[in-house]
Ligand binder design. Structure first.
Ligand code: PLP
Length: 447
């Protein structure tokens, strides 16, 4: 076991060391497949085969010049902690069988609430991603608004329930719709609110939409960090409007909620403490390994009522059952890596990480605008949208950049136009990485 884990760790460290200069795309095809082996294979041989099969197809997504999706790297202490979580193989379920995973989630959860501007009294579930966080937040919302209408949705489901309204921005993240599907609402329930010029919710239109129908149990999904533009909803204005209508305000803050941790960006999340539930990712801007995110609920008893489960063999189990705050039952102890990342960075380090990424996004925007290309969004956070002319032309440039391999950006369609989308969220990205990437994009665009 010692030699095996040492080899795995050494291989992972070698890969990580290669990232600053490694071309981003996969070098070849993955070597998996073949028939199911009948006979056992010794573990060291399995490790060797796994590395050989995966290595050619590994992408430098954790590297400093990957700007696709909204992807973080994995901080050194967080990486090591996650390897320990796997090695220790502890169960994050309750504190009878997993005292350490439960305690570390409590500790890291308290630190997260402080950094993100969420009330200390909120409960926190460690979920797999902002998708999971949206599902948990909306499950709590569903419980609360239907309970207030005299309906027990956990017992009786949605058939025959009072009709619920779900109001959300036209520019909400797609995972919100999937959460609504999973919760039995269906995606078509959404009443859309217009977004403003940069993609934040138009609060006047929000009030208009809410006023447009008879009062009903109402859930409103707001957003901190538009996935295209980085725009953040004006929570200070929007949430009181929601509450005046008796609604539940859920904030999808997958990456944008981290603005609260940086003094120069905190104004973007002003009013965040007023919300009823929040979702935020760890594997994006906090730079912890996949899969890691947080679902916070302002009323712990609502959180538990929406998700708790019990069975005869569980009664009398530990006092704290973290499995009642997520949709998973048995889970890996992902709190160790979150605790390690926050311990490694400290409050100042998180603030600096967020601010640096925003500054580097601005540097991208300035560099590409200086080269004559159109930056379409107001770069308030870490997202930049760039056009190279017609949609086809922009897609050609994106494809050329991806082939070139110096850096990697994806494409998106925003308001009917094609753009190169640049997200800066890796702790290791430097000014030199951005300058080198701008040069690569300009080179590809001028071919
Ligand atoms: C990325 C993102 C999500 C989904 O997050 P996962 O971690 O992929 O589950 C949801 N909402 C927003 C705004 C996002 O940026």
């Amino acid at each position: 076991m010692h030699e095996l884990l040492r080899r795995a760790a050494t291989h992972a460290a070698d890969f990580r060391a290669s990232l600053p200069e490694r071309p981003i795309p996969a070098r070849g095809e993955p070597g998996f497949g073949g028939p199911l082996p009948a006979a056992p294979t010794p573990p060291d041989k399995v490790l060797e085969e796994l590395i050989e099969a995966a290595e050619p197809a590994l992408m430098a997504t954790p590297g400093p010049r990957f700007f696709g999706l909204v992807v973080g790297g994995a901080l050194p202490a967080a990486t090591a902690a996650d390897m320990l979580a796997v090695g220790w193989d502890q169960l994050a379920f309750n504190d009878l069988v997993g005292p350490a995973p439960v305690a570390v989630e409590e500790a890291a959860g308290a630190w997260l609430k402080e950094l993100l501007g969420i009330p200390a009294t909120a409960s926190c579930g460690f979920v797999t991603g902002a998708q999971g966080a949206n599902t948990v937040g909306l499950a709590a919302a569903r419980h609360h608004v239907l309970r207030a209408a005299g309906w027990d949705v956990e017992r009786d489901g949605l058939i025959g329930a009072p009709r619920v309204r779900v109001v959300a921005s036209a520019e909400r993240h797609v995972t919100v719709d999937r959460s609504l599907r999973l919760l039995g609402f269906g995606a078509r329930i959404v009443e859309e609110v217009r977004a403003d010029a940069n993609g934040a919710v138009d609060t006047e239109d929000l009030a208009r939409v809410l006023d447009s129908r008879e009062p009903a149990p109402t859930i409103v999904v707001l957003q901190t960090g538009n996935v295209n533009t980085g725009a953040c909803d004006d929570l200070r204005t929007a949430i009181p409007i929601v509450h005046r209508h008796g609604g539940w305000a859920h904030v999808d803050g997958a990456f944008g909620l981290w603005a609260a941790a940086a003094p120069q960006r905190r104004h973007l999340t002003d009013g965040v403490e007023l919300a009823d539930s929040w979702g935020c990712d760890g594997h994006k801007w906090l730079n912890v390994p996949y899969d890691s995110a947080f679902a916070f609920v302002s009323r712990p008893q609502v959180h538990a009522a929406a998700l708790s489960m019990t069975a005869a063999y569980l009664t009398g189990a530990g006092g704290r059952q973290v499995a009642d705050r997520t949709v998973e039952s048995s889970r890996r102890a992902r709190g160790f890596a979150v605790w390690a990342a926050l311990r490694e960075l400290g409050r100042d380090g998180v603030a600096e990480l967020v601010e640096r990424c925003c500054r580097l996004a601005r540097r991208f925007a300035d560099g590409l605008a200086d080269a004559g290309f159109e930056v379409a969004n107001d770069v308030v956070l870490n997202q930049v949208l760039v056009s190279f002319g017609e949609g086809e032309r922009t897609d050609e440039v994106i494809a050329a950049v991806q082939r070139d391999g110096t850096c990697w950006m994806g494409g998106t369609t925003w308001r009917g136009r094609r753009f190169m989308r640049i997200a800066v969220s890796n702790y290791a990205t430097t000014e030199a990485d951005v300058d080198r990437s701008v040069a690569a994009v300009v080179r590809c665009a001028s071919r």
